[in-house]
Design a protein around this ligand. Structure first.
Ligand code: MG
Ligand code: ZN
Length: 369
């Protein structure tokens, strides 16, 4: 009898708890003040797995996540997405056609997450190992019908709400076909511009804006000496943006995982993944200490149909030798993993479409569109 009462109470408390979760937007009840979105361009599950088999003395950052999901990344028009439409889905919550940057099927402007958060006091940053006007970063500030219009995208960056950016793309500001000098314009719009290295400007002032344009087009790949640019840029951005008591939004792209996939260059791909892995750890270290930061790691799509398999030589299999291979020089349409850590991370569990990531980010921050 005593036991029965105990169970009844237990049942009741579960029912009450169940009701509470149903009405609360967030399971933890805590909102994310800062969001760090890490996009590995072309980083499917096999690319993620490379971090488990090709490094010694370091645990893969991916082991630190408890909340994971899977994304379908098809565009509004095509089954296989490109980086422009997938990044636009993340930035605006709307699926569009391949090649579109921040515009819908009708090429009308779509408001992006930066444009929603910046007027509410948030500081914003973008980092890429490609040029900063390339499709993935561009989707977070530009609105244009075709991704290749780099000079116009560069112009839009000058007038955008971005407070910090780092990557390549110098030529689209200062060696333009139209002869205009948009480095001057960046200065006029309050940017401190660095063109030598990521260590320029030691103490970053929250009241100022910073632009690091460190290569004519894309940054060098890891095999050609990019070094720790991505990690340094991420540390610099976090150090700068965290000064904002309102919070911040930072997008960091490991751009060249995709390029190595297109080239079917496994050595390069693995080096790019391992570089990105150190950046994920950096973001997680900050989020753990901060306690108010949501870290999301995902990709826009998979590239190369990459796979890691047991080696097979003249009909003999060796299960102790991992061999990378590719099935295409293009993007593949396999589901993409998404990892989340911090306040609101639970929202990212499940199997869903890429454009829902945008809604989940705003929900985690307790913001509506
Ligand atoms: Mg990209
Ligand atoms: Zn690609």
């Amino acid at each position: 009898m005593k036991q029965n009462k105990f169970f009844l109470l237990l049942m009741l408390s579960f029912m009450v708890a169940g009701c509470n979760t149903a009405v609360q937007p967030m399971p933890t009840g805590q909102k994310a003040k800062n969001v760090i979105l890490l996009i590995g361009d072309g980083m499917g599950l096999a690319q993620v797995s490379a971090s488990f088999y090709y490094q010694e003395g370091k645990s893969p950052s991916f082991r630190r996540f408890k909340q994971i999901g899977l994304l379908n990344t098809s565009s509004a028009k095509e089954k296989v997405t490109d980086s422009a439409s997938s990044a636009t889905a993340y930035a605006t919550g709307v699926r569009t056609y391949n090649g579109a940057i921040g515009v819908g099927m009708d090429t009308a402007v779509l408001e992006n997450v930066v444009e929603i958060l910046s007027p509410q006091g948030y500081s914003t940053g973008l980092i890429a190992t490609s040029s900063i006007v390339h499709a993935t970063p561009a989707s977070f500030y530009a609105h244009i019908d075709a991704r290749g219009k780099y000079e116009e995208i560069a112009r839009q960056l000058v007038y955008s709400d971005i407070d910090f950016f780092a990557g390549g793309g110098y030529q689209f500001f200062n060696k333009r076909k139209d002869g205009l000098n948009y480095l001057d314009s960046l200065n006029h719009h309050g940017f401190n511009v660095a063109t030598d290295n990521i260590n320029e400007f030691k103490k970053l002032d929250l009241a100022e804006k910073y632009a690091y344009l460190l290569a004519d087009d894309g940054m060098p790949n890891m095999l050609n000496g990019r070094g720790d640019f991505l990690l340094k840029a991420t540390q610099k951005a976090i150090g700068h943006l965290k000064q904002d008591t309102d919070g911040f939004f930072l997008m960091v792209e490991g751009s060249q995982i995709d390029w190595a996939g297109h080239a079917n260059d496994a050595t390069s791909l693995i080096r790019e993944v391992l570089d990105f892995d150190t950046v994920i750890d950096e973001a997680l270290d900050f989020a753990e200490k901060d306690g108010n930061t949501l870290v999301i790691v995902t990709a826009d799509h998979e590239t190369g149909g990459f796979s890691l398999s047991a080696s097979s030589n003249f009909g003999r299999s060796d299960y102790n030798i991992v061999t990378p291979s590719f099935s295409t020089k293009n993007h593949s349409t396999s589901l993409i993993p998404i990892f989340a850590f911090g306040p609101g991370a639970e929202l990212f569990q499940g199997v869903y479409d890429n454009n829902e990531v945008f809604d989940k980010i705003l929900q985690a921050m307790d913001k509506s569109k």
